[in-house]
Design a protein around this ligand. Structure first.
Ligand code: GLV
Ligand code: MN
Ligand code: MN
Length: 419
């Protein structure tokens, strides 16, 4: 009873999903596929409806929770047993590519269909999860759905979070039909007996080393901060330079201090990014008086990650004094790294060896919903190569053969874990 995935159908579905996007394509780069699909946008809702139809057609049971995490279940012979899970996300940051997250969701769907088609017996149910808002675009915090599932994020705090239009999560989810309390999103202990996420690597190692697959042994720890810088605004012509307390000039120094502090650890695993800079009032002839930075700092070592922010804080105090501005830091999230489960890693390795697949074990520097599923279940991840290590860009690309291979290994892993 060999499990065989349908590569052509999977690739066609990934292509179809990529058409649900809110950004224009760049006519000068016709081979790129730009995807913007922010949680609870019209295209996110279309993607959800489309995916539910595919899953229902495949005979899977569909269930949604109060934040829109969607579960697709292939029932096992012993429905009372904890299930084997897989899944990822279909939301996409502005001007992303078509593979981040989607390979894990569409590959997961195809894996479940392939297991069903094969008729292979499995005692445990196997569930695919489409997690809500893995990307932080709308609410500034990543892995929203999986955090709530793992009970890592306070429900009241989550419901009160606002997007840039001042809409709360509570209002936005209700608008999509996701009512109910966020407390109910938390899964019971031992819901999953094991969880495996398929994802593109988003880094260059597999390609550089000519390997076909990566098995993730740990996921680096991300932290997010907001830094508000308040200076004094005024007329761009009339406010003289010696009198200025320009918030954007102060922000520029903070941004460079963040870069410097990350470099000072001298560790290749330390990364820091200022990804947004909102300038108020944002007019060419107005001296900026308020700037909001969103900062992303990551490391495999959370103490070293914290040392980056300690140096940044010292720099901020000095810049405040010298420039006569005020800076306020807000912590959005500071998460711990996650370790993969040795038994799942061994299971994937066994499948790779039997299939003569060239693989390596590796760290994930990007975060994933698996980081939070790891709080409640044994997890591991399967990485496939992506061209040049490029991700979060329209030229993100994973080769059809790599997508198919990753999905095949996922299907075999899930079937084995569900035996
Ligand atoms: C996920 O998209 C991440 O930023 O790691
Ligand atoms: Mn992403
Ligand atoms: Mn992703």
């Amino acid at each position: 009873m060999r499990i065989t995935i349908d590569e052509a159908r999977l690739l066609a579905e990934l292509k179809e999903l990529s058409a649900l996007t809110d950004c224009e394509q760049d006519a000068a780069r016709p081979e790129d596929v730009a995807v913007t699909r922010v949680v609870f946008s019209e295209n996110d809702r279309r993607a959800r409806t489309w995916l539910k139809k595919l899953a229902t057609d495949a005979g899977l049971l569909v269930r949604e929770d109060a934040v829109g995490n969607t579960y697709f279940r292939l029932e096992g012979k012993e429905p009372e047993l904890p299930v084997v899970g897989t899944g990822s996300h279909t939301d996409a940051i502005p001007f992303a590519g078509m593979y981040d997250g989607t390979v894990g969701v569409m590959g997961g769907l195809e894996a479940l269909r392939a297991i069903k088609r094969s008729g292979v017996a499995h005692a445990r149910g196997i569930e695919l999860v489409m997690f809500t808002s893995e990307e932080p675009t709308r609410f500034g915090i990543g892995c929203l759905g999986s955090r709530l599932m793992g009970g890592v994020l306070d429900a009241a705090r989550a419901d009160a979070m606002r997007d840039e239009n001042e809409m709360t999560l509570k209002e936005l989810r209700a608008g999509c039909g996701f009512t109910g309390t966020l407390e109910s999103v938390k899964l019971p202990e031992k819901y999953f007996s094991a969880f495996v996420e398929l994802h593109i690597e988003q880094g260059p190692l597999l390609e550089h080393e000519g390997l076909q697959l990566g098995i993730v042994t740990s996921i680096a720890a991300p932290a997010g901060y907001r830094i508000l810088i308040e200076g004094v605004g005024g007329h761009a012509g009339a406010l003289l330079m010696p009198d200025r307390r320009d918030a954007l000039c102060a922000a520029a120094e903070v941004i460079l201090a963040i870069e410097k502090s990350a470099l000072e650890t001298k560790a290749i695993d330390t990364v820091a990014t200022v990804g947004t800079c909102a300038v108020h009032p944002g007019a060419v002839n107005s001296v900026p008086w308020k700037v909001l930075l969103q900062v992303d700092v990551r490391d495999t070592d959370s103490a070293r990650r914290e040392s980056v922010m300690q140096r940044v804080r010292a720099a901020m105090r000095e810049i405040e004094q010298r420039r006569g501005v005020k800076m306020t830091e807000t912590l959005v999230n500071a998460d711990e790294p996650a370790q993969s489960d040795a038994h799942i890693v061994e299971t994937i390795e066994g499948i790779c060896k039997r299939g003569k697949i060239a693989y390596r074990k590796m760290v994930s520097r990007a975060y994933h919903d698996s980081l939070f599923v790891a709080r409640m279940a044994p997890v591991a991840m399967i990485f496939i190569p992506c061209r040049g290590g490029v991700s979060h860009r329209p030229d993100e690309f994973a080769a059809p053969g790599d997508i198919a291979r990753g999905t095949q290994v996922l299907a075999e892993t899930l079937a084995r874990l569900a035996e």
